[in-house]
Write a protein that binds this ligand. Sequence first.
Ligand code: BG6
Length: 481
Amino acid sequence: MKGMIFSMKNNNYEVRKNFPKNFYWGGAVAANQCEGAYLEDGKQMSTADIKARGFFGGIKRDAEYYPTHKAIDFYHSYVEDLKLLGDAGFNIFRTSINWTRIYPTGEEDMPNESGLKFYDNMFKECIKNGMTVMVTISHYETPLALVEKYGGWYNRKYIDFYMKFVKTIVERYKGIVSYWLPFNEIGNVAVTPICWDAAAIHPDSENLLQKMYQAAHNQFVASALATKLIRETDPNALVGGMIAYKTVYPHTCNPVDVVACENEKRKEYFFSDVQVRGYYPSYIWKFFNDNNITIEMERGDEEIIRCHTLDFISFSYYRSRVASSEYVEPGEIDMNTIEGISNPYLPKTNWGWSIDPDGLMLALMDLYDRYQKPLFVSENGLGTIDKVEADGSINDDYRIEYMKLHIQAMKRAVEQGVDLFGYTMWGPIDIVSNGTGQMSKRYGIIYVDLDDDGNGTGKRIKKKSYDWYRKVIQSNGDNLD
Ligand code: BG6
């Protein structure tokens, strides 16, 4: 009724103004992008170790330089590095366990004790420095020997190899690792060229789409089995999904563009829909039909997926994108970007990624509305070039601004009732870029003196953002100035 004002007292409901008291603040890395020591103490090659530099590296056997081989040598410097992160007030650290340190070829019967010892010691340092440990079980580092013998994750044999690895690490790190993420950015199995990272599928493979979605199915089963095993082994640990979330906008308000946008969203939601709800969503069968995709399932798969869904959802958020019903000339392809249609309302990073804090708020709201599961932002940050001044300082005000806007966006989502329980910025110490293999694409609040060819002292230098983030953490996100 026009003019009538309804007033309702919020007797039992208080609007949350701040981040919850035990909010997690920290940083995230992937083993292959920081550890280096690629053949040390029994480790063998993974899919990451044959990626050269350049746009998604090119998977090569004869490159002159492979950035992951040395990376930032975290394998030898983790004591000092974790101390720096602890001093910044981090209460959580997310990393992955490099599969080939534990099972160098993936097929051994017994794990490599030296590899396990490395993670014993490293996790001990995390805890000593006040950080809860979150582990990504598989972050773009599949044993290369498996790939050579069996192809990619579309081969069902991977489920057993993976589960052997999972059993070893979950039993070993019970009571030490509090949060487990079975796969990094699982939806990337269906995205070229990242399908190599996510599912060891060469982007030039025949029947690519078929292979990608079969790999997705095998990872759904593997993830559900891992969840089951973690719950049985360590009932106090929680298991989360990890998706790459890019908020999608329609190119125009023409309904055909809105439909295109919804279709794009579904392609991304497919993965979390299966893992959170426990079954394949009805919309996917038409997509499979239209694309001649047949998923081979074994008896029992559906039940496994249904019975072992996730405790929480984590996601990476760097940027948003635009969907259109028709071909639109892509935005400027600058410095190895994978930007598609350009959004004229948003600024871009040096690598052409849109900067869109509102997109993060929308991501949180959409995911929470869809699933009502606790959320965790497991990656976010600005990858850009930093300059060391003559006096040795690094004044990365642009990074402070980026993080500030994104933390404010998270706060706005929390005010709207979203259950968000943590934030790990990406690459708190500069690491090798996954997409380009460059060191110069830096995300850190700690600078590492190495260039794109691996030259430099490797020295760590705190950037201006280091003290800023420390204050943010100290104030639980209240002080963003
Ligand atoms: C995420 C990956 O997609 O993006 C990380 O999980 C990656 O491994 C990060 O490093 C940032 O991408 P890039 O290409 O800038 O390293």
